[in-house]
Write a protein that binds this ligand. Structure first.
Ligand SMILES: [Zn+2]
Length: 365
């Protein structure tokens, strides 16, 4: 009896021990598998993280941005519309239409709805400002045309439309070359000197990205290089910069890869301390020529800088490109007699998700 109980106990203990051991082994194995899995997942995630992702250059076909002609009701999309009166604004007359289907009134100014000034006045003001006239000079010019607006109003137009165009244009990939240059330009903001960091395509002069920073020495150029990679959809094979230490670190983190072909970084330092960064020097000069614009810069978030970038890339004909704009050299052309107008119309149209009768209309008004 005793031996039987002992026997049961013993066998039980052995059994328990056996179960215990199996559990330990099982737990250890599970743990090891879990660790292995997490390592593999981490490695996988690391490869997929956008910062380190190898962006493949996808060659897109030439992009043609055409003027948008709207001939349908803004509200219901019906083409059954008639001219119905004129709205007299102090900044000019605007033709009104009414819809025979939903009997609502509207103007056919895609992108300029509810603006007091005409599209011509607003785009004209932008052209004048970005070719070097101060906001006050633009205001005086508009005044001579019988349009009384404040220089602040002109600034607000520019801010509104630069933001609209920027969002739209950021989605279009320019076909830039494989050699990019980065440099910095000293600009005064409300009396404080700040550096504007710029990344440009060497071949087309397309201004790929910019960033405003306080100091040249402690600046981390990573955001600039990453933004450039995101817009262009690829990394450059060659990056030319000056000797600033920040570029080397940023290049290593953003553009260097383990797989070939590998990008190379050329730090342009000459013994005489003279730089051979001629194309950037030209952008430098181009911006300095527009000192009047730059004098108006109040904050680093200013819309004037991105606005100037849009002007430089999409509107300004370049002598070095046989009169083409940098964007045209990158396969993006803006059609129509007023390129600002074409850009604004398309940017606005891109905000409207639905289509009625083949025409876009807003989902809510
Ligand atoms: Zn309607």
């Amino acid at each position: 009896m005793f031996s039987l109980i002992l026997g049961i106990l013993l066998s039980d203990t052995q059994y328990t021990y056996h179960v215990y051991k199996t559990c330990v082994v099982y737990t250890q194995a599970t743990y090891t598998i879990r660790v292995l899995r997490s390592i593999r997942a981490y490695g996988h995630d690391r490869d997929r993280k956008p910062g380190n992702k190898e962006v493949q250059a996808t060659r897109i076909e030439a992009v043609k941005i055409e003027p948008v002609i709207v001939t349908a009701c803004r509200f219901c999309g019906s083409e059954n519309i008639v001219r119905d009166g004129i709205r007299h604004n102090k900044a000019g007359d605007i033709q009104l239409y009414s819809c025979r289907d939903c009997s609502r009134y509207f103007s056919l100014n895609l992108g300029f709805e509810k603006m007091k000034a005409s599209p011509q006045a607003i785009t004209g003001a932008m052209q004048l400002h970005f070719t070097g006239e101060s906001l006050r000079n633009v205001q005086k010019f508009l005044g001579l045309q019988g349009l009384n607006v404040s220089h602040v109003a002109v600034y607000k137009w520019i801010r509104k439309y630069v933001r609209l165009m920027e969002k739209y244009l950021d989605r279009i990939t320019p076909k830039v070359s494989d050699t990019w240059r980065a440099d910095e330009i000293l600009v005064k903001f409300r009396g404080n000197m700040k550096y504007v960091f710029a990344l440009m395509d060497d071949e087309t002069r397309f201004w790929i990205a910019h960033e405003v920073a306080d100091s040249k020495f402690i600046h981390d150029a990573r955001t600039l290089l990453r933004n450039g990679k995101e817009l262009a959809g690829k990394r450059p094979m060659t990056l030319i910069t000056d000797g600033m230490a920040g570029y080397e670190d940023a290049f290593r983190k953003e553009y260097r890869t383990m797989k070939g072909p590998r990008s190379k970084h050329i730090r342009n330092i000459t013994l005489a301390g003279e730089r051979n960064n001629n194309k950037m020097e030209r952008l430098n000069g181009e911006i300095r020529d527009r000192e009047k614009i730059m004098r108006g810069l109040k904050t680093p978030e200013t819309p004037i800088l991105p606005g100037y970038r849009i002007y430089h890339n999409f509107l300004r004909p370049h002598l070095g490109l046989n009169g083409m704009t940098p964007a045209e050299a990158c396969g993006i052309s803006i059609q129509g007699p007023n390129k600002w107008l074409t850009l604004i119309q398309n940017a606005k149209k891109a905000q409207y998700p639905t289509t009625v009768n083949g025409l876009t209309r807003p989902t809510k008004t």
